[in-house]
Ligand binder design. Structure first.
Ligand SMILES: NC(=O)c1ccc[n+]([C@@H]2O[C@H](COP(=O)([O-])OP(=O)(O)OC[C@H]3O[C@@H](n4cnc5c(N)ncnc54)[C@H](OP(=O)(O)O)[C@@H]3O)[C@@H](O)[C@H]2O)c1
Length: 343
């Protein structure tokens, strides 16, 4: 590719994956306090599955470039940025815009990737790793000896969460489709099939006194069951509404319902806590604090990945120009691991 050419994937509206468009342009310049990153890897996240249906609760108006996170090399630095950053490998959480050969970022939003990690490896734990780390250690504050329930234990967020929990000495019960159960058992997780059988009843059999924390991205009825599975002093961390992806109607309503429930549950004098985790929480009010926390947490996960304490498989690597295929594959539910887009 010519060095001044930029390639981007555009989501033009509510379309099938094949409706994604490819756009070309010139590489933009960095403004004050900004950097230009030559993207090496961007991920396909659950958010893009929701966004192409117009179902992500705070997506921008169409058309836009999707892509929740990315890893790349700093190509150029703007005024007031250390020029020594040029050539360094960085990771960033962007929510949209990552499916591009180049992005312009505020330098303060870029987190350096430790030496010894390839770009695509690092990419697997950007949004998934931050989410898993913050929910486990900042919201639920798990401790060794506890037992937790992780829904979607083989998914992108779930699988990192499970590994971080096991490393912290926590016992894990994980819901997943049956095809993932052997791998989960090998990892040390007690698997529960969410597609057949009664999940709450099975979890009660395994943990009669309740669990110390539940991580729920399913939403709907599941979040109510999750709350009732908590032991005294337990914490519910809800963080998504995957079960309403294909619904019609308001995209905010499923999340608002969860927020209302968590608010109500927290007013009850029962010693349990409920949170709705949002990776962007606090950014508008305290940007510096938000960035510092994100930097610390992502660095911890990247270091754990480099040191082999966490692994996050890559299901497929596809060029940006095949983003439609990548999204279709992610939605097929047949792969395990992250689908990574490369320029
Ligand atoms: N709040 C936030 O800030 C935040 C940040 C990041 C992600 N998220 C949310 O996190 C969720 C997961 O994202 P991801 O990228 O990890 O997705 P992913 O890789 O597609 O994994 C989702 C997993 O959920 C499982 N699943 C689907 N329906 C289920 C159900 N009814 N019960 C239990 N498990 C079920 C699937 O399991 P099987 O393959 O075993 O069938 C799949 O492995 C999404 O809803 C996303 O929006 C939220």
């Amino acid at each position: 590719m010519e060095t001044d050419r930029m390639v981007q994937v555009v989501l033009p509206g509510i379309v099938a994956p094949e409706g994604l468009e490819i756009r070309e342009g010139r590489v933009p310049e960095a403004g004050r306090a900004q950097i230009v990153v030559a993207v090496e890897a961007s991920g396909v996240s659950f958010a893009e599955q929701q966004m192409r249906r117009g179902r992500y609760y705070d997506q921008p108006p169409f058309p836009f470039v999707p892509g929740y996170d990315l890893v790349g090399r700093v190509l150029a630095t703007g005024e007031d940025v250390d020029p020594g950053l040029t050539g360094r490998r960085v990771a960033a959480l962007v929510k949209t815009g990552g499916w591009s050969s180049h992005v312009v970022l505020d330098a303060a939003d870029a987190v350096e990737v430790p030496e010894g990690l390839a770009a695509d490896e690092a990419e697997t734990v950007v949004v998934n790793g931050i989410t898993a780390w913050q929910m486990l250690h900042r919201q639920a504050r798990v401790r060794a000896g506890q037992t937790i329930l992780v829904h979607g234990a083989s998914g992108g967020v779930g699988s990192v969460l499970v590994q971080l929990a096991l490393a912290a000495g926590v016992a894990v019960i994980g819901t997943a489709s049956a095809r993932h159960h052997d791998a989960l058992r090998e990892r040390g997780v007690i698997p529960v099939d969410y597609r057949s059988g009664d999940v709450p009843a099975r979890v009660r059999e395994l943990a009669p006194g309740g669990v110390d924390a539940v991580f729920d991205h399913v939403g709907g009825r599941s979040v109510i069951d999750s709350w009732h599975l908590l032991a005294a002093g337990g914490t519910l961390v809800a963080y998504g509404s995957a079960s309403t992806r294909d619904d019609t109607g308001s995209k905010q309503w499923p999340v608002l319902k969860i927020l209302a429930r968590t608010w109500l549950w927290n007013t009850l004098p029962n010693g349990r806590r409920a949170h709705f985790y949002n990776i962007w929480a606090g950014r508008a009010l305290a940007k510096d604090r938000f960035r510092a926390r994100l930097r610390t947490d992502l660095t911890q996960v990247l270091t754990a990945l480099r040191d082999g304490e966490v692994s996050a498989p890559i299901a497929a690597r596809l060029p940006l120009t095949r983003a439609a295929e990548a999204l279709r594959l992610a939605e097929s539910g047949t792969v395990t691991g992250k689908i990574v887009l490369t320029p």
